[in-house]
Design a protein around this ligand. Structure first.
Ligand code: ZN
Length: 220
C-alpha cells in the first residue's frame, strides 16, 4: 500500500515525474509513514493520514510531539514499589497517603491503571505484573512481577488483593495462579466481575461472556 503510494508520488499526479529535488522529501514522509505504521492499531492508511497531517501542522506542534515521545523514553522509569510507569520513584499513587493502603489491585500493564483510575471508584494501591502467564508464548511465573508482589504482601499491611488481569485465557490463568499463591496468606482475594459490557445486545454476546454473566448474576 505504502509502496504503491510512493510510486504514485514519484511519478506525480497525472503521471508527470516530480522534480528530483522533491524526492528526499518523499523519502522523509515515507520514513515517517513506516515508523507510524509500526505502532499498534495504526495501519498503512492511518499512518499516511497522520504523516500528512504532521506535514501540514505547524513545526511547533511536530516538535512538541517529537519531544513528548523522546521524553517518555528518557525520563520515565518503573516505580520500584508497584512497577507503574513514573517520572519519580515511588510513583504518585504509591506516595499518596490518601490512598487505601490495605488494598492492592493487580493489573497486567501500566495502561490498565489509567483505565481503572478513570472510573474514580478505586482508591487503593496497584501492582503491575508487566504481562500474564502464557505457556504458549513462553511467559512463565518468573517472567512477570509475581515475586515482587509476594514480597509486598509478606510485609503484612494488605487485607485485600483485587485480581484485575484481562478476562482472556492468559489473564484467567494468571488470576488462578495468583489466587492459589495469595489465599494461604490469609488475604482476601477478589476478581473483577465479568459479564456483559454496557450497551451490548444479548443476541451478540459470545457464549463465554453470557455464561459468566449468568453465573455472576446479582440481586436486583
Ligand atoms: Zn508505585
Amino acid at each position: 500500500m505504502i509502496g504503491i503510494h510512493i510510486r504514485i508520488m514519484e511519478r506525480g499526479i497525472k503521471g508527470v515525474r516530480l522534480n528530483q529535488n522533491l524526492i528526499p522529501t518523499t523519502e522523509s514522509i515515507y520514513k515517517l509513514i513506516q515508523e507510524l505504521n509500526k505502532l499498534p492499531g495504526i495501519g498503512p492508511k492511518s499512518a499516511q493520514r497522520l504523516a500528512y497531517h504532521l506535514l501540514r501542522a505547524p513545526e511547533e506542534q511536530a516538535k512538541l510531539l517529537a519531544d513528548a515521545i523522546l521524553s517518555i523514553k528518557r525520563k520515565t522509569k518503573l516505580c520500584s514499589v508497584c512497577f507503574n510507569v513514573t517520572d519519580a520513584d515511588p510513583c504518585s499513587i504509591c506516595r499518596n497517603n490518601q490512598r487505601d493502603r490495605t488494598k492492592i489491585c493487580i493489573v497486567e500493564q501500566p495502561q490498565d491503571i489509567l483505565a481503572l483510575e478513570h472510573t474514580r471508584i478505586y482508591h487503593g494501591l496497584y501492582h503491575v505484573l508487566h504481562g500474564a502467564i502464557s505457556p504458549t508464548e513462553g511467559v512463565g511465573t518468573d517472567d512477570i512481577k509475581i515475586k515482587e508482589l509476594m514480597n509486598r504482601l509478606q510485609a503484612g499491611s494488605i487485607d485485600e488483593v483485587i485480581l484485575a488481569t484481562n478476562p482472556n485465557l492468559e489473564g484467567e490463568q494468571t488470576a488462578l495462579y495468583l489466587s492459589q499463591l495469595i489465599s494461604p496468606l490469609g488475604i482476601r482475594v477478589t476478581r473483577l466481575a465479568r459479564g456483559l459490557p454496557f450497551g451490548t445486545e444479548l443476541e451478540y454476546a459470545d457464549d463465554v461472556t453470557l455464561t459468566q454473566a449468568i453465573e455472576g448474576r446479582q440481586e436486583f
